[in-house]
Design a protein around this ligand. Structure first.
Ligand SMILES: Cc1ncc(COP(=O)(O)O)c(C=O)c1O
Length: 289
């Protein structure tokens, strides 16, 4: 496998980041993950724009522009033999750091960041999850992404612990909640419920990452004439949801057919989820960069 590291595409086993890197030491950095369809990135401009905004919030400068990024992705796809396949691309920008600047508190922008881009094939099980649906477990507020949750940062301890807890229980996603049982998001996705034909998703109260896929789903629902509303949702709302689904750039739209071992609705992917799934890919493939 080849990866991009600080200006060069090199074999993964030769890619080294300093032991003083702020990402390694403190989770100081940002990332984004997106999907390639047939070797071509989807929604790249918006993912790049978000990454740069989130990097700026941490006073980080990725030192790349979108044209250069596009060329790097094409080179990476060729180097990894993934020009014709669907891929999972991750762009990571971390603080960097060296022995002279182990914890740069003043003028952090003077320390060159580490920029890493990796590309692998999309995991084959995702297609099965899209077809058959997944099981999810609801976790308490300790697992919420509590530090700057609107930013996609490397500070992912609660996310990893939530995913591990889900996997231990035979689930493919964890549903994160705030105090009082307010629903936030999936550990690596945004969350949607369907009730009386209405699509509902956590909204204004925030404390979650409003993802790119969530935005696309809002546009798709409008195009399909499906009523979609951002609202406050609680754990108890899961029990009487007719359908539940989660969404993210790489996994796209996944029906959730069981929550805490209880079937959702009929226990099979529902009609509304299926109609959004059916519209999702064509919308993307039409706009590939
Ligand atoms: C915590 C969290 N929420 C939401 C999402 C969905 O974001 P996007 O649709 O931009 O991929 C992700 C994606 O990884 C995530 O990690």
């Amino acid at each position: 496998m080849h990866v991009f590291l600080n200006g060069r595409i090199i074999p993964a086993d030769q890619a080294m980041v300093s032991v003083f890197d702020g990402g390694f030491l403190h989770g100081e950095g940002v990332y984004t993950t997106l999907r390639l369809y047939g070797g071509r990135p989807a929604d790249l401009a918006a993912h790049w724009d978000r990454l740069v905004r989130h990097a700026q919030a941490l006073e980080l400068d990725p030192g790349l522009d979108q044209d250069r990024l596009g060329a790097i992705i094409a080179d990476l796809a060729r180097a990894n033999g993934l020009t014709g396949t669907d891929g999972r691309l991750r762009i990571t920008v971390s603080r960097g750091g060296d022995a002279a600047h182990p914890v740069p508190l003043t003028d952090p922008a003077a320390v060159p960041p580490s920029v890493v881009i990796t590309l692998v094939a999309v995991a084959p099980e995702i297609e099965l999850w899209q077809r058959d649906g997944i099981a999810a477990v609801v976790l308490g507020p300790a697992y919420a992404r509590s530090h700057f949750p609107e930013l996609k940062t490397l500070n992912g301890l609660t996310t990893i612990l939530a995913q591990r807890q889900a996997a231990r229980l035979g689930c493919q996603e964890a549903i994160l909640t705030a105090r009082g049982g307010r629903l936030l998001e999936g550990a690596v996705s945004n969350l949607f419920l369907v009730r009386q034909g209405n699509v509902l998703t956590p909204g204004a109260e925030g404390h979650f990452l409003p993802g790119r896929t969530r935005e696309h789903i809002m546009a798709i629902a409008a195009g399909l004439g499906l009523p979609l509303r951002e609202t406050t949702l609680r754990v108890t709302d899961l029990a009487d949801a007719e359908e539940v689904f989660v969404a993210s750039s790489v996994r796209e739209v996944l029906p959730v057919v069981a929550v805490d071992r209880n079937p959702v609705g009929t226990g099979r992917p529902g009609r509304v989820t299926r109609s959004i799934q059916a519209a999702y890919r064509p919308a993307f493939l039409a706009g590939l960069s």
